[in-house]
Design a binder for this molecule. Structure first.
Ligand SMILES: [Fe+2]
Ligand SMILES: [Fe+2]
Length: 188
């Protein structure tokens, strides 16, 4: 029921190409949820929502101006940056448009680009599915896909290392929260 409403919202508000990416992420996440024995319906919902704000950041920032002032207090500064803000905005839509209160789903949506420390299995699966959906194609992706079937943490580490290598090679910013996520995995 809720998923149908979300799909309607996505069809209306998200560009076609991204809409199809979202469907592939949801499908990938659902399969991983079954392999790792966590509720597939929750994972599917979180995955459908993960990019529901992407491309509409400007207008959403205006629409939700009053809510955002309160919401942003506890949020890491860097999540408010242009490339990452669609996560927190999607969290607001998940809660205020679709009435989702479950922290696990909201966190999976908010932190899907950066990760965070002490992620739940559900969060890890949404994070990974976004980077491993079938149309993702980069060196090493198949190895990470295989690893994700067995060990979510190891797959997270490989994904983060990949991303960081790319960011360093291109002299781009690295989110501190992602460094913390990586250290958190390595310390376990
Ligand atoms: Fe995203
Ligand atoms: Fe995505």
């Amino acid at each position: 029921m809720k998923n149908e409403e979300i799909l309607e919202y996505l069809k209306k508000n998200i560009k076609k190409k991204r809409y199809h990416h979202i469907l592939r992420v949801a499908d990938t996440a659902e399969k991983l949820a079954i392999v790792h024995d966590i509720p597939a319906d929750k994972v599917y919902t979180a995955a459908l929502l993960h990019d529901c704000a992407k491309g509409n950041e400007g207008s959403l920032l205006k629409d939700y101006k009053n809510i955002i002032v309160n919401e942003w207090v506890s949020l890491e500064e860097e999540l408010k940056e242009k490339s990452l803000i669609h996560g927190p905005l999607a969290g607001i839509i998940a809660r205020d448009v679709f009435g989702i209160e479950e922290k696990d789903i909201l966190n999976a949506v908010i932190y899907h680009t950066t990760g965070r420390e002490n992620m739940s299995k559900l969060e890890k699966i949404v994070f990974l599915a976004d980077k491993l959906e079938p149309k993702r194609d980069y060196p090493g992706v198949d190895k990470i896909r295989e690893t994700a079937q067995i060990d979510l943490e190891k797959a997270m580490l490989l994904t983060i290392d990949n991303t960081m290598t790319y960011l360093i090679e291109n002299q781009e910013l690295i989110a501190v929260i992602t460094v913390k996520t990586r250290n958190n995995i390595l310390r376990r």
